[in-house]
Design a protein. Structure first.
Lengths: 369, 245
């Protein structure tokens, strides 16, 4: 029997690889989307214009300012005298970040071994804001480490980051999980339903059902390539978002893959459900696109904030699996949370998947008799 | 004579509609059994029940000695099936199709290798073995499809209008393949619309409105209805049909 299954799965992969255009689209799509968004949102950060507001004017602040100036990433425009000038500078769009040293910066550091620096960034361009504050933070940390090595005292400089205009950094952090949900849905629902309906349409499904090969395994084998493709696609998206967008994966990668696999299975069961109910590739495609993809784009929350929707529509969003996956991915990837933070959403997805599978098994039997 | 298909009052209802009504017949080993009837007469329904694609509403049947209710898995191993639609994968090569269908019937790698070489040799498709099936002419596809259906040496092969849309020469060649299969002991159960093909069968049954109205050798049927061709036999029987597509 194992031989049979591998024969079957091999055949499914052949179908996928022979259909070059679709394959190209499948891998091209996430790459193009991620890169388009990436370059629309990030510029390489060199010589970012910043201002410094130094209330301390002491050794420590001067040394950090020197380091900032010396680095390739920053170009200090002006040293400001007070806070109010910062906002005008931002509003004029001339700077990307302001660094604020409080008065007594050095003495705090020396006596209490603790001091604060404030980094204010323009988060309307969230990627740049994150990257810039990251660089600045690095420089402050370097200085802290140097101090510690020289004096063997546990100095601590806290950086307080303020994201102006867009404190939640909506865009990149929303975009990557959004693309992930959509691509996985597209591959699993659309491709799977079309692949199965195609066999019905061409009459090969009948021949398969007459053969001793179990119908359940037919479906499993047909789903395998799409499971594999989805995992590859997921990896591509993650690599791109880390390498190109500079968006780190803060949580556990293993957890991310585990919940993604669950979501892939949800999507595969949806695709299977559609293929059970339709007889032609066109209708399978139409239902997948109009019935699945469009509501998912609308109700997942990454393009149109759900909070702003009328209450009935918010209720509708609860039945969209992508919404739950999106929340999970954001929690794990962006906020770096563990399973304890996402078990509710995972449970919702799991329940949906179970329900879909039960319905599928029932309807599939009916189709056979 | 060995009976390989035996049905007793096999019936299929869809709601009030009786698609196949108390069909009773026997098919013997090595026989070419023609299953005739106008469109909508219930041929496909009857055949789908025998292949395990559709569950009978009542009646009994055994295929290759196995009960169609309880031993469907055994039946599946012992039958081959060629559907009305062309049913090989057009985006796979001839060789890949053979390997795939042989594989799901559990043939070993060694058997598959021998069988595919032999089959490609018999069909004279050595040069095309690595071409996509989609690029082949229809006649070739049909012949290939039949050969694949009997690759696992089933006891019975079911052919659902296998020669639809094929030219007369290719049809003749196709029937040569059927004769070869029958000679090797495979029972052939074939539905057709072509009355010249009915003449090639050992025995034929004629379905009208879900019931079998006649069952005998072509010669005896012609004698019985005092006509000279199967066309006329068919016409006389089907004329009374109430339903048609």
């Amino acid at each position: 029997m194992m031989d049979n299954i591998s024969t079957f799965i091999k055949k499914e992969f052949l179908h996928v690889f022979r259909d070059r255009k679709t394959l190209l689209m499948l891998f091209g799509l996430p790459i193009v989307q991620i890169i388009l968004f990436g370059f629309a949102l990030t510029n390489e950060i060199t010589n970012a214009k910043i201002v410094v507001c130094d209330y301390a004017k002491d050794d420590a602040s001067q040394q950090i300012i020197g380091k900032l100036q010396a680095s390739q990433q920053f170009d200090i425009q002006r040293i400001l005298l007070n806070h109010k000038q910062i906002e005008t500078a931002f509003k004029d769009g001339e700077i990307k970040m302001a660094v604020v040293f409080p008065a007594n910066f050095n003495s705090d550091l020396l006596h209490q071994h603790k001091a604060q620096v404030q980094l204010i960034t323009d988060a309307s361009d969230p990627n740049t804001a994150t990257a810039i504050s990251g660089y600045a933070n690095q420089i402050v940390m370097d200085y802290q480490n140097e101090l510690m090595q020289l004096q063997r005292v546990p100095y601590q400089i806290n950086t307080e980051v303020r994201m102006l205009y867009n404190p939640e950094l909506k865009a990149a952090v929303n975009f990557v999980p959004g693309v992930m949900s959509l691509i996985l849905l597209l591959v699993c629902v659309l491709m799977t339903s079309v692949a199965i309906v195609k066999e019905k349409e061409t009459g090969t499904m009948e021949v398969l059902l007459v053969s001793p090969f179990s119908p359940f395994l037919i479906i499993v084998s047909k789903a395998m390539p799409y499971l594999a493709l989805s995992l590859i696609n997921l990896t591509i998206i993650l690599l791109l978002s880390v390498l190109v967008l500079g968006m780190p994966i803060n949580g556990s990668i293993l957890l991310l893959y585990a919940v993604s696999t669950l979501f892939i299975i949800t999507a595969l069961s949806l695709g299977l459900l559609i293929s059970n109910r339709t007889a032609s590739q066109q209708s399978a495609m139409l239902i997948s696109l109009m019935g699945m993809l469009v509501p998912s784009i609308l109700f997942t929350g990454f393009m149109f904030p759900l909070e702003n929707m009328p209450y009935p529509l918010q209720l509708v969003s609860h039945i969209i699996p992508a919404k739950w996956y999106y929340i999970i991915v954001k929690s794990v990837m962006v906020k770096g949370l563990g399973f304890s933070a996402i078990w509710k959403e995972t449970l919702v997805l799991l329940t949906m998947t179970m329900l879909l599978l039960v319905v599928n098994i029932k309807t599939f039997k009916i189709r056979l008799t | 004579m060995d009976t390989v298909i035996h049905t007793d009052k096999l019936t299929k209802r869809f709601g009030d509609f009786i698609a196949a009504n108390e069909i009773t017949f026997d098919v013997y080993r090595g026989e070419i059994f023609g299953f005739l009837g106008a469109n909508g007469a219930g041929k496909t329904t009857a055949m789908r029940m025998l292949c395990g694609l559709s569950k009978p509403s009542s009646g009994t049947a055994t295929i290759a000695g196995f009960d169609i209710y309880k031993q469907t898995e055994e039946i599946k191993k012992n039958i081959g099936y060629m559907s009305q639609k062309f049913s090989l994968y057009e985006d796979l090569t001839i060789l890949e199709n053979i390997r795939f269908f042989g594989g799901i019937y559990g043939l070993s790698d060694k058997q598959l290798k021998e069988k595919s070489e032999q089959l490609i040799g018999t069909l004279g498709m050595e040069c095309e073995a690595k071409k996509m099936v989609g690029a082949l002419p229809l006649g070739w596809k049909q012949k290939l499809s039949f050969s694949v259906a009997i690759l696992h040496e089933p006891k019975i092969v079911f052919l659902d209008e296998p020669t639809g849309g094929v030219d007369p020469v290719t049809r003749r060649q196709f029937w040569d393949l059927i004769y070869e299969a029958a000679d090797s002991g495979i029972t052939v159960f074939v539905t057709t619309h072509y009355m010249d093909e009915a003449e090639y069968c050992n025995r034929i049954s004629m379905m009208v409105d879900g019931e079998i109205k006649a069952l005998d050798t072509p010669a005896k049927l012609k004698q019985e209805y005092a006509v000279t061709s199967m066309d006329e036999v068919f016409y006389r029987l089907a004329r009374g049909a109430k339903r048609s597509e």
